[in-house]
Each structure stands twice: as structure tokens, then as C-alpha cells.
Design a protein around this ligand. Structure first.
Ligand SMILES: [Zn+2]
Length: 306
């Protein structure tokens, strides 16, 4: 029986880079719009400049203004970052697309390794209820994760603005703090909320990609095609986690794979993928040469063969 094709791209093992790049670009644009929205609000604030030791900006920060600030921030973030729903939101849509693409790829691989005898086709499953349910799950996960971030952002924006006002800070200084909160502080080497948004996006998109492979692997097992999941690491020097590279070429069950991803933040920013390979009743590959070939790449990465 033939072996599955291995991902050929050097870094893009998950095949999701195009989707990620599109989402990253949109997140950058949207975060700029959030900053502009905050700038507009700050520019409209009324204050008197008092001379103490240095300039003190006196704002009328009463309960009504605090409420107004919170309502403004809430609308701003919801309009720009949370538009859509569990299906149509930027991150949900991207994750669903990754899941669909990956399912189609997994089925193609199953056809290859079973020499055309695989009975499931993408067209036959893509409109079924179980598949639709998976898409809803994938979209909802991504949306909820992103909502966690926007909730934190609302609280931080409100705090920076009202703290700055009560401390009598110059409006430009308040705006610059908001800029740092959103985009990070290069001088201090701190990352901002945009970096966190991108991390969530990558984690959800690559997670959806892998989940589709695991799900199809499970479906194959259900109809009697005995397969295991071979771990394929991106093997990027100085970037791939050692514990991820060590799994390269190893064959695991779906349960083992899923559990590993739940540990130690393994799913976060992970660029690894899996391919289904045929195994015997002991879970050993039917073609040990293929396993050896992939494991040789791992040895090379760790410099054993040099
Ligand atoms: Zn990884």
C-alpha cells in the first residue's frame, strides 16, 4: 500500500499560511482603526491646563463621563473587532476554511493510501449534519477565544484612559500609552494586544487544520481503514520547540495526539501537522521504511547524522 504524500513546503507544513497572512493583515488594519477611534475620543476631551510643578491637565472625570467612556469603548471594539457571529467573524470564517481545506486534503490522502478504495468523498460529506456540526464547533471556539481578548481590551482601554485623566496627563501621552497597549513597546520589547490577537488567530487556524485531520482519521478507522497519525514537525532551526521536533515521524493514536496538544501549551503557535499512515493491529506502520525515512529527518535536525 502506498504512503501518504508528506507536506513539501519548508515551513508551511499545515498549509494554512495564506489564510493566516490574510487574517493577520486584517487584524493589523482593524487595530489601527481602534487606535484611530480612541484618538478621536481623546481629541474631543475637555480639559483645563493647570500649572503645578509641571502641566496638570484637569478633566471633569465624573460618573457620567466614565459611563460615556465605557459605552464608547464597548461600541468601538464590538464594531471593529467583533463584527459578525460564530460563523462569519473573521477568525471563525478563517478557522472554518482551514477545517474544510484540511478535510478535503485528508480525504485525498486516504484515497492515496487505500489505492482508491476509500469510500468517503469530500462532496458526499460536506453538506451532512455531522460535518456541519463540526464547522459550528470550530467557528464558535474561535469566536469565543477572540471574545476573551476583546473583553480584556475593553477593560484595559478604559483603565488607561481614566487613569491618565485622573492623573492629569497630557492627552498625547494617554494616546501614546494606548498605542503601546495595542501594538507593543519596541523599546521595552513588550508585545501588545495585536500580537495576542495574532497568536489566537494562528492557534485557532492551525488547530482547526489539525482537528480536521484527526476527525478524518477517526472516520477512516470507523469504516475499517486502520491508520495512525504520524507527527510532522516544521523542524525550523531555533524556532521549533524541541519537544515538538522529537515527535517528528512518531505514530500516535488520535487520543494520544489530542491529549498531547492539551498539555503544556503545545497547541499555541504550533506549526506541526499530522498525516495518516496505515498501521497493523499493533499500531505499527505497515511500511517501516517510510517511518525510518521520516525519522531520519528528525535525526538530521538534531544533528545526530552530521
Ligand atoms: Zn508543533
Amino acid at each position: 500500500m502506498p504512503n501518504p504524500p508528506l507536506p513539501t513546503a519548508k515551513v508551511n507544513k499545515t498549509g494554512t499560511h495564506a489564510i493566516e497572512a490574510r487574517v493577520f493583515k486584517q487584524l493589523e488594519n482593524r487595530f489601527k482603526r481602534v487606535l484611530n477611534g480612541m484618538r478621536t475620543y481623546i481629541d474631543g476631551l475637555q480639559f483645563e491646563v493647570m500649572q503645578v510643578n509641571q502641566n496638570f491637565y484637569q478633566y471633569q472625570l465624573d460618573a457620567a463621563l466614565i459611563n460615556d467612556i465605557d459605552a464608547y469603548i464597548q461600541d468601538l471594539i464590538d464594531d471593529i473587532l467583533l463584527d459578525g457571529n460564530e460563523r462569519t467573524h473573521l477568525l471563525s470564517d478563517a478557522s472554518i476554511q482551514a477545517y474544510e481545506n484540511s478535510t478535503a486534503d485528508a480525504i485525498r490522502d486516504m484515497e492515496i493510501i487505500t489505492e482508491g478504495s476509500y469510500t468517503r468523498s469530500y462532496d458526499s460529506i460536506r453538506l451532512t449534519t455531522p460535518f456541519e456540526d463540526r464547522l459550528i464547533y470550530i467557528g464558535t471556539r474561535a469566536f469565543e477565544d477572540f471574545k476573551g481578548l476583546t473583553g480584556d481590551m475593553k477593560a484595559s482601554l478604559s483603565r488607561i484612559l481614566t487613569d491618565g485623566m485622573s492623573n492629569g496627563e497630557n492627552p498625547n501621552r494617554i494616546a501614546s500609552q494606548i498605542n503601546k497597549m495595542l501594538f507593543g513597546d519596541k523599546k521595552k520589547g513588550t508585545k501588545g494586544n495585536l500580537a495576542r490577537a495574532k497568536r489566537i488567530a494562528r492557534t485557532e487556524i492551525t488547530g482547526a487544520h489539525r482537528r480536521a485531520l484527526w476527525d478524518e482519521n477517526f472516520q477512516a478507522n470507523q469504516i475499517g481503514v486502520r491508520t495512525g497519525l504520524m507527527h510532522i514537525s516544521a523542524l525550523i532551526p531555533d524556532r521549533t520547540r524541541k519537544t515538538h521536533a522529537q515527535r517528528h515521524g512518531g505514530i500516535y493514536t488520535r487520543k494520544e495526539t489530542e491529549e498531547w496538544y492539551q498539555e503544556n501549551g503545545n497547541a499555541v503557535n504550533c506549526l506541526c501537522t499530522q498525516v495518516s499512515v496505515l498501521v497493523d493491529s499493533n499500531g505499527k506502520p505497515t511500511d517501516p521504511n517510510f517511518e525510518d525515512k521520516v525519522k531520519a529527518q528528525r535525526k538530521k535536525f538534531f544533528g545526530v547524522d552530521k
